[in-house]
Ligand binder design. Structure first.
Ligand SMILES: *Cc1c(COP(=O)(O)O)cnc(C)c1O
Length: 349
């Protein structure tokens, strides 16, 4: 069975990075978040493209994720680890030259005991209550940490996709209260924060989803196209049913295409009976249940059924598809399965 093809436009990733970079002043450095294998699109390729364009700061969630990025980039660019210095991370941090963002007093202790003199950053909690030192912890250790020269001090906004949310201003105020006047390199904003304007930019930004074409970066260039091969086409008589649980019944004589991708490939079962696929400019409804490896699509109105149908592309981006399942573009991207052949378009040759 031919597997589906996921086309990833590296030129679009690059254009998105440059567009986000252009929204901040020249004094603000634009980093790149490549956690979760660059939101499922391939951390090595993405990191290489952005490094060639001048990105020097990369962010991953866990130390293990730093390995592929370091291998792709070689020495030089900084790779920051959001989860900090966990108990088993010391070897990876040392060998790969990673920079853990220390999140707690335990992590501070561990890092200074295990790797004295090694690079580190600090993550501060300004109200999200997820990661980072609380203001009281920070007050207790800031002198010691500042003396040791953190590479970066950061916090993360909880509501930056809602520009009018009062939490944004509150976290900004808290971040400034914890860091103003200390001469530290600071980062507060992911994609959403960049869009909030210069007060939120500080020295370094950390865009992720915007690079990959997702909201809240509305003018992002789309990055992914996903075409799914048609395995079989059959005619179904009125009254006949399709798929598990007989959940769709033909109201007219229908042609049904069986298409090779299912929930094991990241197509949510919540798409069942709701999502739309595209044959060129013509929409074709997904009918019946999404199964593990297959979906069924009503192609009755197509004069000719193509070899593949598109579920992500110019007619339906990651956020439009996300809406069908009541989720967000981030989840659509990071769910894209390992069975897809990832084909890269553009980027360095
Ligand atoms: C994931 C993440 C980012 C990137 O966020 P986007 O909304 O994808 O731009 C930035 N900073 C932290 C701490 C993150 O966890």
């Amino acid at each position: 069975m031919t597997t589906a093809s996921l086309r990833i436009d590296l030129d679009a990733v690059l254009a998105n990075w440059r567009a986000l970079d252009a929204m901040t002043s020249a004094a603000t450095e634009t980093g790149a978040v490549v956690k979760a294998d660059s939101y499922g699109l391939g951390a090595a390729r993405v990191a290489q493209v952005l490094a060639r364009a001048g990105a020097r700061k990369f962010f991953v969630a866990a130390a293990e994720e730093g390995a592929a990025v370091r291998q792709a980039l070689g020495e030089g660019p900084e790779i920051f680890v959001f989860s900090g210095h966990m108990a088993d991370d010391t070897g990876l941090i040392r060998d790969l030259g990673l920079t853990p963002m220390l999140n707690s007093l335990d992590q501070v202790q561990r890092h200074f005991d295990a790797l004295p003199g090694a690079a580190f950053g600090v993550q501060l909690d300004t109200g999200m209550n997820r990661l980072g030192l609380e203001p009281a912890d920070w007050a207790g250790v800031s002198a010691e940490l500042i003396a040791a020269g953190p590479k970066l001090v950061m916090s993360h906004l909880a509501c930056s996709d809602e520009p009018d949310h009062p939490m944004n201003a509150l976290q900004l105020k808290n971040f400034r209260a914890m860091t103003d006047g200390l001469g530290l390199k600071r980062a507060l904003s992911a994609t959403g924060g960049i869009l909030l304007g210069p007060d939120y930019h500080f020295d370094v930004t950390r865009p992720g989803i915007g690079l990959y074409g997702g909201l809240p970066f509305e003018t992002a260039r789309p990055v992914v196209r996903l075409s799914l091969p048609v395995v079989q086409i059959r005619t179904v008589a009125p009254g006949e049913t399709v798929g598990y649980a007989n959940s769709w019944t033909a109201a007219r004589e229908s042609r049904i295409a069986t298409v090779a991708a299912g929930y094991a490939d990241g197509l949510s079962r919540r798409f069942s009976g709701k999502a739309t696929l595209w044959a060129g400019d013509t929409p074709c409804p997904l009918v019946g249940r999404v199964s593990m490896d297959l979906i069924t699509v009503d192609v009755t109105d197509l004069p000719e059924v193509p070899q593949s149908l598109e579920i992500l592309g110019p007619h339906q981006g990651v956020d439009a598809l996300a809406e069908v399942a009541g989720t967000i573009g981030y989840e659509i991207l990071t769910s894209l399965g390992q069975r897809y052949q990832r084909a890269y378009v553009g980027g360095p040759v």
